[in-house]
Design a binder for this molecule. Structure first.
Ligand code: ARG
Length: 273
């Protein structure tokens, strides 16, 4: 009887000691994964080329990214360059095909970040990490000038151009019942097909289509805005958390300094909402 209670006391004491040890041992677990939270620790990110963020982007999507000669320009380019500056890193854009961006980022070795007006979606979040959202977006349907939109059903039996692998493609497939979606490598090619009359309409991100149709010589217009409530984020590999953090920290700084607004005004001509 006495022996049993001695063992019990011993057991309780031991259990308590272990619990205390466990507590103190696990005291900094929250900071373990965010070891770069204090500026005293050097961030431990992986970069394809040291000292610079190499960026994968489909650079045919103005005003977010497009080529001016052999130089990439646009809202995403300016924004990420400003973010890179905050982290002391140069930013270099590389042109890639949009629907190869996520597999390439995952495979590694080509580029460190996706900056390509990419919508943050749950499906994509299974593959890669996204920065905090940096701008809102929606979809749109464009047709040749003079066409009228009546309902989504009017495209039944017709061809609708989209950029392959985009949220616009997914929306068209889901909502334009009976239509044949024709995937193009770039949005630019989808618009060329629309002008040539080989597709009836193009479903594409509203801010981009709005920018493109400003050129009256193209003879196309937006017939329907679709409020999909999308948000763009920069894509980072799931095994590069310190780089993700550097981008989020930089984005917050660029926003609070007012630089974000300057860049927004430069590319959209208005102030950010
Ligand atoms: N926001 C859409 C998506 O994420 C389209 C993005 C296309 N971007 C580009 N640079 N072509 O699917």
């Amino acid at each position: 009887m006495r022996k049993a209670s001695t063992w019990l006391v011993l057991f309780v004491v031991l259990a308590m000691a272990l619990a205390v040890a466990g507590c103190s041992g696990s005291q900094p677990p929250a900071s373990e994964s965010t070891s770069s939270s204090s500026s005293s620790t050097t961030p431990n990110y992986k970069l394809v080329t040291p000292g610079q963020i190499t960026v994968g982007s489909d650079t045919s999507f103005p005003p977010f990214e497009s080529m001016n000669g052999d130089v990439a320009e646009g809202f995403d380019v300016d924004l990420l360059t400003a973010i890179g500056k905050e982290a002391g890193l140069k930013v270099v854009f590389k042109t890639e095909v949009f629907d190869t961006l996520i597999p390439s980022l995952k495979a590694g070795g080509k580029f460190d970040v996706i900056a390509s007006a990419m919508t943050i979606t749950d499906e994509r979040k299974k593959e890669i990490d996204f920065s905090d959202p940096y701008i809102d977006s929606n979809q749109s349907i464009a047709m040749k000038k003079g066409s009228t939109f009546t309902s989504n059903d009017q495209f039944s039996g017709k061809k609708v151009g989209v950029q392959s692998g985009t949220t616009g493609e997914a929306w068209a497939k889901e909502n334009l019942k009976g239509a044949t979606t024709v995937p193009f490598k770039t949005a630019t090619e989808a618009f060329s097909a629309l002008r040539a009359g080989s597709v009836e309409a193009v479903v594409n991100d509203l801010p981009v289509t709005a920018y493109i149709v400003k050129d009256p010589s193209l003879g196309i217009e937006i017939v329907k805005e679709v409020p999909t409530g999308e948000q763009y984020g920069f894509g980072v590999s799931k095994d590069n958390p310190d780089l993700l953090k550097a981008i989020n920290d930089g984005l917050a700084k660029v926003k609070s300094s007012g630089e974000y607004d300057t860049i927004y005004k430069k590319w959209f001509g208005t102030t950010a909402q």
